[in-house]
Design a protein around this ligand. Sequence first.
Ligand SMILES: [Zn+2]
Ligand SMILES: [Zn+2]
Length: 482
Amino acid sequence: MTSLTFYGGVNEIGGNKILVEDKDTHIFLDFGMSFGKSGEFFSEFLMPKKCNGVNDYISLGLVPDLKGLYRPDYLEKTKKPAEEPEFDGILLSHAHFDHNGFLNLVRPDIPLYCSEGSRCVMEMLDATSKMSEFLRQKVSFKFVDKKRGEGVKRLDSRDPEGTVKRDVKIADKPFSIGSFKITPIPVNHSLPGALAFAVETSSGTIIYSGDYRFHGYGDMTEKFVEKASSFDPVALITEGTRIRSNNVETEKEVYDTVTEFAGGSRQLVIANFPVRDTDRMLTFQKAAQDNDRRLVVDLRQAYLLKTLEENGVEAPRLKDVDVYACRKSWGLVTEDVDKSLVYGDYDPWESEFIFGKNAVTCKDISGKQGDYVFRCEFFELKELMDIQPHKDSHYIWSVTEPFDVKMELNEEIVMNWLKHFNITKIVRKHVSGHANGNDIKRAVETINPKKVYPVHTDYPGKFREFKPHTVRIKKGKTYNIE
Ligand SMILES: [Zn+2]
Ligand SMILES: [Zn+2]
């Protein structure tokens, strides 16, 4: 008998943590952070106390209270008895935080099955942020003997035993975990490497969609629907983010907007789009190129493109974009000083890009504003001081609309910056990473499972309108599949 327990993604968009159990096999589908639930208690500068390990997360209901799941150094710190791993794997659909955000709490020896694209995104996040621990965990709260002299010191992540690599397995073909046979199936979403999974169990096949859309580049989601229906599944766990919307959206609309601005003026086009969204990057890159401009990406995006390229994952090529070598710290990159002095302004991972063939600085952009489409996210607004965009510049908002107070406040800050430079040509053009209601309905009807379990949606009841066998899930409750 196979069962499903939903510890997240229930009546909320994201936070998916779904336990699938059968006989002696226990796996999770995603282990994401619920932004809504986390936001009830925490904010940017109000974070859980590290020295409380997983306790605060558990007591606030952010992660389930389960044995054999959490990292040993955190358990030890909070005086919990040592545990053996009791889970056989985590299937990661994709590397958005609402699907992988709490992996840092999970034991690194529980295998993580993900696509090469997801692994590359997590590698970028780990390399570019000191807080990120997706692929490598820094062992905490441990003292070791000093090499010289008496006494102990804190174990450092640079020490050989100071970091533990997560057991990552690339899911690019069918594989088995215990009694489950698992087939990873690529889907289109809004970052590289999104997967759905078919999990064949003793009670029949469970399809887990992850997040998907039909309107990106390629037809992977169409193929997923076909493949999923071939399993004649007993259960479909599908996302339903946009189940109530029937707006038809395409990347072409974004391309047309960029073209209208990039072709219609010789001033700077400034754009904000998500750091990991390589589909959107491709849209901007093509539109820039077709209008004799170059798309300028930031150093993290350059690192991501390099990593994807080295590992054979489809994405825009690094040579087709320019990389913004921002003035950091002492601001030496635009000054006539020896390179060795400039490197002191940057983290080691950034150094290889700042003098690369396609590196550009604020001086380059400022002097030839009509030659560029400059990607500028919220935290890069300060770069506009160095670039001094002309008042006839355009600003394209290509990110999701604000859905909470903090995002609304940030939007006000963006407007203040644009106002400061007298920029009035502002447009919002974003297309979602999620399928609309009609497409979800078509997918459900084609896959034709015995039962549907809607997750990642505020409106699971909508599914009942076209699928009577829709299960209204309760968080933490276990459902037997039969
Ligand atoms: Zn999601
Ligand atoms: Zn997603």
